[in-house]
Each structure stands twice: as C-alpha cells, then as structure tokens.
Design a protein around this ligand. Structure first.
Ligand SMILES: [Zn+2]
Length: 310
C-alpha cells in the first residue's frame, strides 16, 4: 500500500478548461503577468506555501471590494473566479473572453485568490460531471480505515488520515472554523485578516461550493445588527436580480455564526458575505457546466460592484 503521506500529494488528475485555472503553475503564471495589480506575499501556509494578496487600485476615494477564494481545497471555482476577475480588470474580458461591464476598473479590489493553498494542492481540480459521493470522499477526508472523517469534530490529526480533506491546512486546522479573533491558530486566517485590516474593503465575498443551487450565507459572528441588515439587503438584491435574469438561485439566505468569514468585519470593518456555488455534480439540482459555474460566480461579483457604485 502506498504510504498515506505520499498518496496525499497526488490528487486525481482532472483537466479543467483554460478559464478554470486550478493549479499553482497556472496561478503563478497569471500572477506573474498581472502588471495591472500589486501582488504581495502576505503569509505562508502551515505546509510552507505562499499566500498571495492582490490589490488593484481604482480611482482615489473609490469603494473597495474584497474577494477571497480557496478556503476549501475541494472548491476550486473560488480561485478560478478570482483569476477571472483579475483578467477582467487587466484586459476587459474574463479568461473565456466574456465582458462584465459592471466589474469596473475605477473601484478598488483586494483579492486573496487561494487562502488555503495546502488544501488546493492536495485536492482534485474539479468535481464537474462527477457525483456527490466524490466530494464526500474529499471534503472532510478519509481516515486510515477509509471512513469519512466527521467534520463536526473540527481539527484533525493529519497522521490519522488517508485523505487529508479540503477543509484543512497541512497541520490539520479546520481554518474556516476560526471564530475567536483573539486566538487565531492557523497562519492562513492570520495572514488574510491582517491583509483585510490593512485595506478595509467595504464588502468581502468569500467563495465556497456545495452540491446544490447557488446560495448566499450571512456570517453573523461579531457582526453588529446594522451591518447584518446591510448583508441581508445585498443578498436580497443579488437573488432578485438572479431571478430577473432566469439564473437558478436558492431564495433562502442562511445566517451562520460558525465561520471565520464573519471576522472580516471585526478586522476590516467589511460586510462579510459567503457564496456557495454549485459544484457541478450530476446528482444535484444544479448539474452545471464549467461555464455556468464561472458565469454565475462572476454574476455575483458584478452585482456587488453594481451595489458599491450605485
Ligand atoms: Zn466551503
């Protein structure tokens, strides 16, 4: 049997379209060509990988949109969308050539495309066209006995895992469950919160994915009531516009106190919003293509831009 530690470095090879960059060679290529942005090394993951922060300057005094991708390694659409937004800002088109007139270059952007690079490195590049079960083998990971790890347990011991799941960094920290601002243990969340505190975006959208239609979540831990009302209004605007454009979207807006996402307000004064994209698995109500997944993520970004420039 292959050593579990060795096996962990070999994610299944799934080739994705050019407009769905999912590997570090593509990420590095795009970032190295992004002369229109400032790219900073904001921190280093538990596994020793660079965490990048990207800023794009609009006109002075303009509002700022924050985007965070790759919290969970098995949700590769988040990083892909961040790189599509960078393409729009640099060249007027996303990576498949579509224009997004509302993603304007006169507002500021603060982007962490891959907040949890350890997890991205060990996870498949896509679940499009696969089954829900394929995600369940990867999200929380598999124990050495081949059982799915119980994600409610929080952190895991990497030495006890055959597949270290996409929820975790290489130290086994369940990074998105960091909710105590005075006791942040994972370097990924510490670096990102410092970057957000430096730039204070008006809104931060964090990308996630699940085996269901698009859904918006309002992180509410340490978020005051008036900011929660603004979260609610922004989410309602996105859902109303999606309906008007015949985009399948879950009408429910879920409040959650469990996510590090809420800390963008504590550290940066931002309105935190979490978007769950379809994964594109076939046994779900949104067995979407790569194009549909990216376009709807870009639609959500474009609505936030429209909100900030209204
Ligand atoms: Zn997620």
């Amino acid at each position: 049997m292959l050593d579990p530690l060795l096996r962990r470095r070999l994610p299944p090879r799934i080739t994705t379209p050019e407009f769905w960059p999912a590997t570090f060679d593509r990420f590095d290529e795009i970032l190295s060509l992004a002369d229109h942005c400032q790219v900073e090394h904001i921190g280093t993951s538990a596994g020793g990988r660079a965490i990048h922060g990207v800023t794009y300057r609009g006109r002075s005094g303009a509002p700022t949109l924050g985007l965070v991708g790759g919290m969970h390694g098995h949700e590769p659409q988040g990083p892909a969308v961040c790189f599509n937004v960078l393409s729009v800002l640099g060249y007027g088109r996303d990576l498949k050539g579509s224009s997004w007139p509302e993603i304007v270059d006169d507002i500021n952007y603060v982007i962490v495309p891959v907040v949890n690079p350890d997890a991205r490195a060990r996870m498949p590049n896509s679940f499009v066209g696969l089954a829900r079960q394929d995600i369940l083998h990867h999200d929380a990971g598999l124990t050495l006995e081949g059982e799915r790890y119980d994600p409610a347990k929080g952190d895991c011991d990497p030495d006890e895992m055959m597949i270290l799941g996409g929820l975790f960094n290489d130290a086994g920290n369940h990074v998105n469950r960091e909710t105590d601002p005075d006791n942040i243990r994972s370097p990924e969340i510490a670096a990102t919160m410092e970057f957000i505190a430096d730039h204070r975006p008006d809104i931060v959208l964090e990308f996630h994915a699940h085996a269901a239609p698009p859904l918006l979540i309002r992180p509410t831990n340490l978020v005051p009531e008036e900011v929660q009302q603004r979260q609610q209004r922004i989410c309602e605007e996105i859902i109303d516009t999606a309906r008007a454009e015949d985009i399948l979207f879950d009408g429910k807006i879920i409040a959650s106190e469990k996510c590090s996402t809420g800390l963008y307000h504590h550290f940066g004064g931002s309105v935190p919003i979490l978007y769950e994209s379809p994964q594109g698995v076939l046994d779900s109500k949104a067995p979407w293509s790569y194009e549909q997944i990216i376009d709807t993520c870009m639609f959500v970004v474009s609505r936030l831009c429209a909100h900030l420039t209204a």
